[in-house]
Design a protein around this ligand. Sequence first.
Ligand code: IVH
Length: 688
Amino acid sequence: MSVRNIPVEQLTVEQAQEELKALAKELADLDKAYYQDDAPLLADWAYDALKKRNEAIEAAFPDLVLSNGPSFRVGAQPSSDFAKVTHLEPMLSLANIFTPEDIVDFTDRTRRFLGLDANAPLDFVAEPKIDGLSFSALYEDGFLVKAATRGDGAVGEDITQNVLHIDGFPQQLKGKPFPKRIEVRGEVYMAKEDFERLNQTDGGRTFANPRNAAAGSLRQLDPQITAQRHLKFFGYTYGYASELLWTTHAEFLEYLKAWGFSVSSDIVLCKTNEDLLTYYNGMYEKRAFISYDIDGVVYKVNRIDYQQQLGRVSRAPRWAIAHKFPAQQAQTRLNAIRIQVGRTGVLTPVADLEPITVGGVVVSHATLHNADELVRKDIREGDTVVIQRAGDVIPQVVRVVLEKRPDNAVPFTFPERCPICHSHVAQEEDKAARYCTGGLVCSAQALERLIHFVSRDALNIEGLGRQNMTLFFQKEWIKTPADIFTFVKRYALALEMMSGWGAKSLNNLVQAITRAQHNTTLDKFIFALGIREVGESVSRLLAKHFGSFEALQEAALREDALSVLTKIYSVGEVMANYIIAFFQEENNQQLLAQLLSLMTIQPYVASGSSSHPLYDKTIVFTGTLEHFSRNQAKEAALAKGAHVSESVSAKTDFVVVGVDAGSKAQKAESLGVKKISEKDFEQMLAIL
Ligand code: IVH
């Protein structure tokens, strides 16, 4: 039995410790997928279940609570491409409740905390819980100066330019007095109708739900894209405020409206538990008819002085709570299990279902996540299954109705070959996912791989960006990397006839391709292959270590390949196995032979001057840097010939320590690795 299935009361200390560690990692990955990549891996209910399990173990074993664990984190670290904004007051999350009894507990607890009698009047404001992306907008003297996403609650991403492209977002407060300085907070969302339209028109990029579409549209480095996406917003609270001109939350909402913020029209003042429940039930009924997604309701203590007394507990206020809607379930027959190959090669089992209506939507497919999940839930073709929809996330199979299992149902066997290209299937180390080792030769992955192959940090072929590559791929002019070097000749006439491809641009493209064909350095070529986990920095190390592609290939195919590869700094066993699997796959061998016959690979030349203090040094960044995003810092270090690693070891030369540095700084300390400040780092960069 997996630890996950043991009731919390029966866990040993060791088991609890192990599970808390695993949950911390799992929740961090899920948070990253949800908040940074806008691509949730789990439905909300499943995520909430993991979070609850984590909380229950923490409550039972308070000594084991991890200081960098899920309870101390809201959302995910901001992604590195946006400038960072430190919120003046942290952006909090909300605790969840699910039942009418929970309402009683909440209001009783609140009264007790305030020292009020059990029957003393206490007003709440009930609001819809909008399923969007929270923002914080700072106004000084009534002018918008900065808008940010929540990020990890303390530091978010600068989206000022983006919100300026949202229709009607106030650039200046008006209508009523305002504090000198205030952080107005609320939710940016996409209306259901706009979401449907976007998903139909946006060149195949489909978002799972309006929340992700809103997040993906707002977190655009190009604000013009935000402008086209018809985002809307609601204001519902504030962070820092230099003066409080209101005494109740209801009054604050009036200020918001006067200042020019949209405020939901479904907000109600509630005096009793019955009022709250009636509101909840009413919104639950109304949910399908509201123009935007809501995943529950929020109850807030109305009086601001009470809110201040109540304060917060770790990451959530005591004065507000989210009452979540239940997931919607139904039973249906699972007709077949199909294996889908994603753009990154991950194989996902998908259930083909007898179509059924769940919460007003016809469902005919559900994700089965991965092979482990199939085994754990023992899901078989022909089974009757309980499926569940939460929000608009892809439906999930909750469990099998065993009583209805047909006699001839057999356990599902996961294929050993990719259903698309027949390359071998391998399992991700430490992870449940299986993936196709075909990479560049697998048509399910080919387009993304091709785009990566020619991207700036790989072969760097200008003129073959995502748009053109997609076009040539759809026309089947470029199906494999080798085609890149031959297609212009083959389709010259057709290319010339295409609008936008004059003789000049064609000539430029040919030149860029020829340059890549003969001038690509070994490190860039290795990176271009898109081997799992082999990023730019490892590609450089491999290039430096082996000196030629043939030497790398020969090493990866040797019997002792694992021990040869793991001797290289920063190549661990997991990565070495990915490298070996890549070179062992016959389809890849054919492709490489083709490429090597067409290309001349130039030797790797380390950038930077060998006399520079960062040259050939291995450095690690930790904490938040004030003047650089992580990517900028990394690029700057690489340009001086440094190696950038994610983790600290005895081989690390420097750790650059930013604000709120965590365990990496401690590890550097314990290993005696030199720590330097952001300022020291900047001074080093300044040396030519
Ligand atoms: S109040 C400290 N009101 O739900 C108060 N939040 O699950 C926190 N949300 O982070 C915000 N609708 O992004 C509040 N009417 C509403 C809301 C709302 C949606 C979001 C918000 C928050 C999350 C917590």
